[in-house]
Design a protein around this ligand. Structure first.
Ligand code: IDP
Length: 132
């Protein structure tokens, strides 16, 4: 079975969306293999978002993702990475279809509620990064 790394970001946790979001993954057919509530250090955040280091909003992303606990999960299922991305929706909630998590629970890219790995290779890197 393929695995992906999914993380409900601090705005999602603060707004009490853990239950609803976990339910969506379960209803889709994923198994939640592991989960933990954790607070991300600035160091871990900088590694996780290293690909965005040159962006003008990099500092804001780090501030956002470290602003409170996140709910990190390993989800398992058929084509888990691609299926999770479909369930999550496009990065910018304005473009995310209704019925997707970002489409239904977010309005602005700065606070888009959830992260999901973008490739099988990155999923394994992120699982190690957050769970080992
Ligand atoms: P992804 O989260 O859909 O994989 P990435 O391009 O890897 O998309 O961006 C990582 C995160 O950085 C996004 O989920 C979002 O929280 C944040 N982000 C991306 N673009 C912007 C922006 O233009 N302004 C503010 N935050 C952004």
């Amino acid at each position: 079975m393929e695995r992906s790394f999914v993380m409900i970001k601090p705005d999602g946790v603060r707004r009490g969306l853990i239950g609803k979001i976990v339910t969506r993954f379960e209803e889709k057919g994923f198994k939640i293999a592991e989960a933990r509530l954790m607070t991300i250090s600035e160091e871990l955040a900088s590694v996780h978002y290293a690909h965005l280091q040159s962006k003008p909003f990099f500092g804001e992303i780090i501030e956002y993702i470290t602003s409170g606990p996140v709910f990190a999960m390993i989800v398992e299922g058929h084509e888990a990475v691609r299926n999770a991305r479909t369930l999550i929706g496009f990065t910018n909630p304005v473009e995310a279809a209704a019925g997707t998590i970002r489409g239904d629970f977010a309005t602005i890219v700065d606070y888009n509620v959830i992260h999901g790995s973008d490739s099988v290779e990155n999923a394994e890197i992120e699982i190690k990064r957050f769970f080992e």
